[in-house]
Write a protein that binds this ligand. Structure first.
Ligand code: ADP
Ligand code: MG
Length: 238
């Protein structure tokens, strides 16, 4: 069963139609890159999938259930943004475990899950530091760790690396790739970086003005872009 399904999902803000009837079936464990120009509706589509928007028409299903009818815990979705608000007075370990503590997970289980995520993300030596003692890349890793410990069914990333410098972006890109290889969580990753999309994704979805222009594997889009718009974003420079 598809883990995320959009069937003719539409979103309007008043008279402004932002998402026009998107159809998409994302399989369990797939890594999808969602690309498109600024303002085309990428963040809106992610918020719809996260259950944070009223859906104007059509359906958004998570694990076969209407997302807006599920509680946040049932949805079990974790979002990672470009701006990661860590709590400054808490250590890395406390930041990572905070949501679990709110959900009443026992202390010992929290410690185990934090340690497991910290090993995956190379955060073990940093667990007792405060956010102010971390670099930008380390903070972004903590933000990912905070999402990983929740063991979500779906990861949503909204341009998580766009605030980092070029060198760190390359490093974080490979960390996200290896994280996905380890945990295999269904992921939807918004980016306007073509290389990020090509290297991370099983499948790329190109959005333009709230419509899907094309979807396919990175190679399919690169070799046979459906139109000039897709070619400009992904296609070979032929
Ligand atoms: P992207 O993430 O691709 O840059 P967004 O999803 O943020 O695009 O925005 C798509 C369009 O929807 C834009 O025209 C934006 O101004 C509009 N929009 C987004 N959120 C709202 C909102 N809460 N109210 C009104 N318009 C919105
Ligand atoms: Mg956006």
């Amino acid at each position: 069963m598809a883990s995320v399904t959009l069937s003719n999902a539409k979103k309007s803000y008043g008279s402004l139609d932002v998402i026009h009837g998107v159809r998409l079936a994302i399989e369990d464990g797939e890594f999808i890159a969602l690309v498109g120009p600024s303002g085309c509706g990428k963040s809106t589509l992610l918020r719809m999938i996260a259950g944070l928007e009223e859906i104007t028409e059509g359906d958004v299903l998570i694990g076969g259930k209407v997302v807006n009818e599920l509680t946040p815990r049932e949805r079990n979705i974790a979002m990672v943004f470009q701006s990661y608000a860590l709590y400054p007075h808490m250590t890395v370990a406390e930041n990572m475990g905070f949501n679990l503590r709110l959900s009443g997970v026992p202390r010992q289980a929290i410690a185990e899950r934090v340690a497991e995520a910290a090993r995956m993300l190379d955060l073990m030596p940093l667990l007792n530091r405060k956010p102010a003692q971390l670099s930008g890349g380390q903070r972004q890793r903590v933000a990912m760790g905070r999402a990983v410990v929740r063991n979500p069914a779906v990861f949503l990333f909204d341009e998580p690396l766009s605030n980092l410098d070029a060198k760190l972006r390359v490093q974080m890109r490979s960390e996200i790739k290896s994280l996905h290889q380890k945990v295999g969580t269904t992921s939807i990753y918004v980016t306007h970086d073509q290389i990020e999309a090509m290297t991370l994704a099983d499948r790329i979805v190109v959005l333009n003005q709230g419509r899907v222009e094309q979807e396919g594997t990175p190679m399919e889009l690169y070799k046979t872009p459906a139109n000039l718009f897709v070619a400009a974003f992904i296609g070979s420079p032929a």
